[in-house]
Design a protein around this ligand. Sequence first.
Ligand code: SAH
Ligand code: SF4
Ligand code: F3S
Length: 456
Amino acid sequence: MKFVNSYKEKIKKYNEKHHLTYHIDTMGCSMNENDSNKYAGILESMGFEREDDEKKANLILFNTCCIRENAEKTLFGRIGALKRQKLKNKDVYIAVVGCMTQQKHIIEKIKESYRFVDIVLGTSCMSLFPEKVYESIIQNNSKIEYIDVSNNLEEEVPIKYEDQYRASVSIIYGCNNFCSYCIVPYVRGRERSREKEAILADIKKLAKAGYKEITLLGQNVNSYGNDLKEKYTFPMLLKDIEAIDGIEIIKFISPHPKDFKEDLIEVIKSSKKIARQIHLPLQSGSTKILKEMNRKYTKDEFLEIVKKLKEADESISISTDIIVGFPGETEEDFMETLDVVKKVQFNQIYMFIYSKRNGTKAASMQDDTLPQEKVKRLQRLKKFHEEQISNNNRKMIGQVYQVLVEGKSKTNETLYTGRTSQNKIVIFEASDKEIGKIKNIKIESDHLWYLKGKIE
Ligand code: SAH
Ligand code: SF4
Ligand code: F3S
């Protein structure tokens, strides 16, 4: 479905006089962030101006996430705190969109206790957004209702990227995997692959505009194409993107180990542009727990993919997601996870304590592990991983890496920052004219989460 904004001119006209501003709070994953870029794109096309300070903005948009249980508390705390601002100033509007508002009970709660909220939309509802803005701001007549369009696929939505050189492009929406702990399939609908022409056209446009790094997004990027009429797979898409002049770095998140096949490894091996850093979510190292999680691979199968990737190119580093304290996880299961961490030497681990999500299969599983024990496991995992990182960082000293100069370091005015192809943050002396260029940097010293180097 093509995105059509029939309210654009009217709202733009209104904004010529009123100069309304917007502020977006992105609370979720990279797909959520990509949606925020689209909301920003739509709002700017209607004449809204960005305002970094939430307290000064006219339209405050919360792009929500519900992957973990405590997110609800945070969101309602934030909205509650805005009530005063809203009552004091009639030109303050609150919008709540994203995964959390795809759930009926959240809509009910907003209707009951947060009636001052103006706009509520779930996922894949971009097309309805301008109408909602029109209703609440110009007609002063907003309605909060549950709208289920989570299986929608919208094309040609305006998009506003924050960065000048790096951009994310969604290639597949939704998820069919139903991992037993996960709420995403319930709030993002079934898998919908975008047509190849639409993706390639977007990327060509970005390349023309000077973008150098593209991150392909999807809950399971390597099942891309399964639902397309013509045979067109994720590895084929990667090859076509490789051929686009101007794009120098290609990344993707997240592939699912169960769909990580030979053809994908081949494309990575022969590619000059695919980053030598692959995110491969493990979740658990215990085959028993993986089965309970409905992940459809074993510990050995995971290790086999890693082995093949390292054989394809030994400079590839791997990052991952791990959940500790899944219902039924014993000390032995946890030790299996540490064993995989030891064997793979992940360069980054996103660690989570299992969070019960109502409606998922795992929510009804027996969970005997004490919360304190789960916290302890998380701390043990963190410590174990950090020791490995330090050891590996030390080995990088003296080596030269190619780094895309992203910009000034946020913490040190005189230094610049970038990442190696393995996603290690490097800081170094440079000047503004080097921003956006790829430079050879020799590593001189190591710190836990970044390295210091010098342009060669
Ligand atoms: N589609 C992606 C990840 C989506 S969510 C994938 O399959 O890799 C990002 C991460 O959040 C997951 O990888 C998982 O580690 C974590 N996560 C998801 N549901 C969770 C839950 N109920 N409790 C704790 N962590 C969870
Ligand atoms: Fe959730 Fe699993 Fe789908 Fe990832 S693959 S979004 S973890 S159900
Ligand atoms: Fe959260 Fe939705 Fe992403 S639940 S993790 S924002 S897909």
